[in-house]
Structures are given as C-alpha cells and as structure tokens.
Design a protein around this ligand. Structure first.
Ligand code: GRF
Length: 200
C-alpha cells in the first residue's frame, strides 16, 4: 500500500478525523480519506468531512439485534469506496465479528487510555478514579474483543493531583491527534508484522 485509501468511522465531534484531514493536507500522511461513515446523522465529524469534499454516509444504528446486518452494510460501503483501511475515530459501536473477519489487520481504533488499562467507556474517568499517575492513548488493530487488538502506537501524558476529567481528556486528545496519523503511516508503510500480540 502507498497512498492509502481510508474509510473513517465517526460518531461525534470528529477531532481525530480532523487531525487526519490536516495531516494529509500538510503532506505528513500519504493517504486519502475516501469516505466518512457515521451511525449518527448529527455527528460533527460529517460536517468536517463535507467541508473538504469527502463523501459521507450515515447508517443509523438499528439496535443490537441487527448488529451483524448493520456491519454487513458498512462493510459493503467500505468495499464500494475501495478503502484499504477502516479507521475507528470515535466510533461508539462495538463491531461484529463478521466485519472484523472480513478486514483482518485492516481496522484501526484509537482509545483514550494506555491499554490494556481502562478499556470501554469513559477511560479518562476510569483512570482518574483509579489514581494512576500517567495516562495516555493507544492506537491498535481491532480484533473481536473490545479495545483488545495488537498495539501500534501509545502516547503517555502525566496525571496531575488536581486534574478534572475534562483537563485530562484534553491533554490526552492532543496526543491522540499525533498518534493516529503516526500509526496509520506505519501501517501503510507496510514494514510490520504481527508476532503473537506484538506488532513489530
Ligand atoms: C477520542 O477520545 C477517541 O480516543 C475515543 O473517542 C474520542 C473521539 O473524539 N475513541 P473525536 O470524535 O475524534 O473528537
């Protein structure tokens, strides 16, 4: 892969999507975002994509009972867009096994903790509550678990005694915007292999 074709999935604000748009615009990431897909029609990420002319699609969530079919439809949309990689940039749904199996090591997620600590929702709150002195973000390949696939890039930030959830979230987010393009660049360069759980 050289100029990677990315399908970016978002549910909300889309600041990580924006970081990718900016990295590509600045020539820091040789890639093209070929589609932005959301489970929510009101996701700000869609506005960010439309602003720069990226085609968008909305697949409203249809409930847990339809998870397989839902992700079948998203898989089709990814194939139609001829995307090489699927980037979960704040996409708030747990993928079904069918899409994970269809795109092995081609789905990447960003999570606001130093995994395997604090998977799942509100990772920053979990970190504060636990009392860790360092937090951060992780970019990883997606497997069939939740926030559990092989790790590509991690960035660390300090946690201060008087931190609020919001302050910690903002500190981590700055690192997310660096980590995500970095991880995608690594994957697209293709000079990696998986050894057990390790991406080498
Ligand atoms: C980020 O913290 C990301 O790590 C998590 O959801 C948040 C999305 O933020 N998965 P944004 O929509 O990219 O601004």
């Amino acid at each position: 892969m050289s100029v990677g074709r990315l399908a970016v999935l978002v549910s909300g604000r889309g600041s990580n999507l924006q970081a990718l748009i900016d990295a590509i615009g600045q020539g820091d990431l040789e890639a093209e975002i070929v589609t932005v897909i959301s489970d929510r029609g009101d996701a700000l990420g869609l506005v960010r994509a439309e602003k720069v002319g990226i085609p968008t699609r909305v697949f409203p969530w249809r409930g847990d009972a339809h998870r397989e079919d839902y992700f079948e439809d998203i898989s089709e949309a990814v194939c139609e867009a001829q995307a090489d990689l699927i980037i979960l940039a704040g996409f708030m749904r747990v993928l079904s096994p069918n899409i994970v199996q269809r795109f092995p090591h081609r789905i990447i997620n960003i999570h606001p903790s130093l995994l395997p600590a604090f998977p799942g929702l509100r990772a920053q709150r979990q970190a504060l509550k636990y009392g860790v002195k360092f937090a951060g973000c992780t970019v990883h390949f997606v497997d069939e678990g939740v926030d559990s696939g092989p790790i590509l890039v991690q960035k660390v930030v300090p946690v201060y005694p008087d931190d609020t959830e919001k302050a910690l979230e903002e500190r981590i987010l700055i690192q997310e915007h660096i980590a995500l393009p970095e991880a995608i660049r690594l994957v697209l360069e293709g000079k990696w292999e998986i050894q057990g759980r390790r991406v080498v």
